[in-house]
Design a protein around this ligand. Structure first.
Ligand code: SAH
Ligand code: SF4
Length: 393
């Protein structure tokens, strides 16, 4: 048992891969090595294991098959052996809401009866799936709805990959055998910007992204995956080295005083420490710029002086600044900056030589916009003391 306020480590909160019912192992989310081990433990001969991994991998991640009986290039006996030992399981869709603008929000049920959300955002030239990495969040950013929800647990790698698979199911995106190859992608990009702090669930997020990037399966390029962190400095370099995806940082303020209030993890790793880590980000280049996310809060962080400080602070870092108009939620202690203010702020940044897109809020009518996610079953609010203890403050 872990004490409620113990520091969050990757393993304590992750449920074991063996499913309680029937004791069968879920193959979704296993790395190739783990899959090989699992197959061998179930009686696959060592000599054949590599080939079997390749075949099963293609069935699950290229064709989207969930039933071993459909794996027609495997012998009948072997399919039966697989079905006795394993399942291919993804989160269950509890509800789906479709916004006026086409955004789809999925409420998903995972083991233990917990719920997380994933959001699909269609755009003209791409479709972005925003996925969750934790149920709730240990951090307590004061403008974020998820931050008011207690952390329940980390998601397993299977539950993270499963969100991508569920979206492809819903969008009917798996290839049809024999049909001409369709290069257009509905889920063309994945962002780890849903519920939770991905760098506090590093190993599972990494394993899941490896599965999603694998060329013989879902095959999303690492440049089409963006991980957003609130600034967990010690894990930032690992993200480049072990995942290789693009990085976004929830920056949101230009002084430590304000950032301490908005993003309390700043008390542990302040602006200077964070910027130093980003300057050393191993993959930093103009084509792989870091996205600085900046939520626009009226009279809190949206002055011209803030914009000028921001460009000074990030000088020398290949960057793009994504301005996010604050998305309100019931009881939120902030108000969205006026549109003219956001544009004036964007202009200062743009004139300093940085791209400064303003993120159009999507799916607001279904509470699917950034920072509005919070599952219906986990309404418990944190107490002040819990918030501080969890954040290690
Ligand atoms: N935990 C990670 C990723 C999830 S949040 C992180 O903090 O980066 C994804 C983005 O939405 C972050 O930049 C976050 O700060 C922002 N966000 C949170 N609540 C918001 C709100 N109510 N309005 C607008 N953006 C919000
Ligand atoms: Fe957690 Fe990110 Fe929300 Fe902060 S903004 S509380 S880190 S999900």
């Amino acid at each position: 048992m872990t004490a409620p306020n113990a520091p969050i480590t990757q393993d304590v909160l992750t449920i074991p891969r063996k499913l309680p019912e029937g004791g069968k192992t879920n193959l979704v989310g296993l790395t190739r090595d783990q899959l090989r081990e699992a197959l061998m433990a179930a009686g696959t001969a060592e000599k054949q294991a590599k080939m079997r991994v390749g075949q099963i991998w293609q069935w699950i991640y290229h064709w989207g098959v969930r039933d071993f009986a459909q794996m027609t290039n495997l012998a009948k006996d072997y399919r039966a052996l697989l079905a006795e030992n394993f399942v291919i399981e993804v989160p269950e869709i509890v509800s789906k809401q479709v916004s006026m603008d086409g955004t789809r929000k999925y409420l998903l049920r995972i083991a233990g009866g917990h719920e997380v959300e994933a959001v699909y955002i269609p755009e003209e030239t791409r479709g972005t799936l925003c996925i969750s990495s934790q149920v709730g969040c240990t951090l307590t950013c004061s403008f974020c709805h998820t931050g008011t929800q207690k952390l329940v647990r980390n998601l397993t790698a299977g539950e993270i990959v499963g969100q991508v698979m569920v979206a492809r199911d819903d969008l009917d995106e798996w290839p049809v055998p024999g049909a001409p190859k369709d290069e257009t992608r509905l889920v063309s990009n994945v962002v780890l910007m849903g519920m939770g702090e991905p760098l506090y669930n590093f190993d599972n997020v990494r394993d899941a992204m490896k599965v999603v990037m694998d060329g013989e399966g879902i095959s999303l390029s690492r440049r089409r995956i963006t991980l957003s962190t609130s600034g967990v400095v010690p894990e930032i370099a690992r993200c480049a080295e072990e995942i290789g995806c693009l990085m976004a940082v929830s920056f949101h303020a230009t002084t430590d005083e304000v950032r301490d209030r908005l993003v309390p993890v700043n008390k542990k790793w302040n602006i200077e420490t964070l910027l130093n880590a980003l300057r050393e980000y191993p993959r930093l280049s103009n084509s792989e710029r870091i996205t600085f996310e900046y939520v626009m809060l009226k009279d809190v962080n949206d002055s011209d002086a803030d914009a000028r400080r921001l460009v000074k602070l990030i000088a020398g870092i290949p960057a793009k600044i994504n301005l996010i108009p604050f998305n309100e939620w019931p009881g939120a202690p902030y108000v969205r900056s006026d549109w003219e203010r956001i544009e004036a702020f964007a202009d200062i940044i743009y004139k300093a030589g940085y791209a400064s897109p303003i993120r159009t809020p999507r799916g607001e009518d279904i509470m699917a916009a950034c920072g509005q996610l919070k599952s219906a079953t986990e309404r418990a609010r944190k107490s002040r003391a819990e918030i501080e203890a969890e954040a290690g403050l």
